[in-house]
Ligand binder design. Structure first.
Ligand SMILES: *Cc1c(COP(=O)(O)O)cnc(C)c1O
Length: 222
């Protein structure tokens, strides 16, 4: 699977540039979603030039990434899974971007870590645009107030928004809503689009697309 990874990475980069050119927007960063991928695969991806990766579990990232990061100081790691407050301290050390700021208790915990001297990662607020009960993220109506509290009460480095649209709906309206919320809040970073829907996300202004299977192939069941 990993043997043709360099070719796939190059083809994807090309496809992303072409898609962005079609929509006359800057190409988004390809965030390589490396959850469940073993170190050998990461090594191939890093050797092929990929520098931005994402994991959905703090523990898994802690096992896989510190050794690589020692060798490649320009690697950037995003957290794209829910963050429990009791793992926040470790997450702050491991990640450059936490894409899943989704509740006040987490905002409060991060602010406390910062007050204690921690350098916080850049933060994205996850928005539950589909208002799905089982999904994390703030409700769209609550997003402006939540963003305001994070920035102004807690002084957090909120850089943008992230969404995972409902699996059973066309994604474009969700991407459009996320873009509108970001615009209204004056936020520049838009993490939206996965392997099956990133073209739509690029058309609607994604700055980061999160690709797992399109790059690495199907995942083993976790
Ligand atoms: C797994 C995951 C992805 C990547 O999904 P693919 O369909 O494999 O591209 C993107 N975003 C989040 C939040 C994920 O958990």
């Amino acid at each position: 699977m990993s043997t043709d990874l360099p070719e796939r990475l190059m083809a994807l980069q090309q496809e992303i540039r072409a898609c962005a050119a079609d929509w006359q927007c800057p190409p988004p960063s390809l965030v390589a979603v490396s959850k469940t991928q073993p170190s050998g695969v990461l090594e191939v991806a890093v050797a092929a030039g990929q520098r931005v990766f994402a994991e959905n579990r703090v523990q898994e990232a802690a096992q896989k990434w510190p050794a690589f990061r020692a060798w490649y100081p320009d690697l950037r790691l995003h957290l794209i899974g829910p963050l429990q407050t009791n793992k926040a301290r470790l997450a702050v050390q491991l990640f450059d971007v936490v894409e899943t700021l989704d509740r006040l208790s987490l905002a409060e915990t991060l602010a406390r870590l910062r007050d204690g001297g921690a350098v916080l990662p850049r933060l994205l607020v996850q928005v539950n645009t589909g208002e799905e009960p089982q999904k994390s993220g703030v409700m769209p109506l609550d997003a402006p107030g939540f963003i305001d509290v994070c920035r102004n009460r807690f002084g957090l480095p909120v850089a943008g928004l992230m969404v995972i649209p409902p699996a059973d709906q066309p994604p474009a309206p969700h991407f459009a809503l996320l873009a509108q919320l970001a615009r209204e809040a004056g936020l520049a970073t838009l993490s939206m689009g996965m392997s099956h829907d990133w073209h739509d996300a690029v058309a609607l202004g994604a700055t980061h697309i999160r690709l797992g299977t399109a790059l690495f192939g199907p995942r083993q069941a976790a």
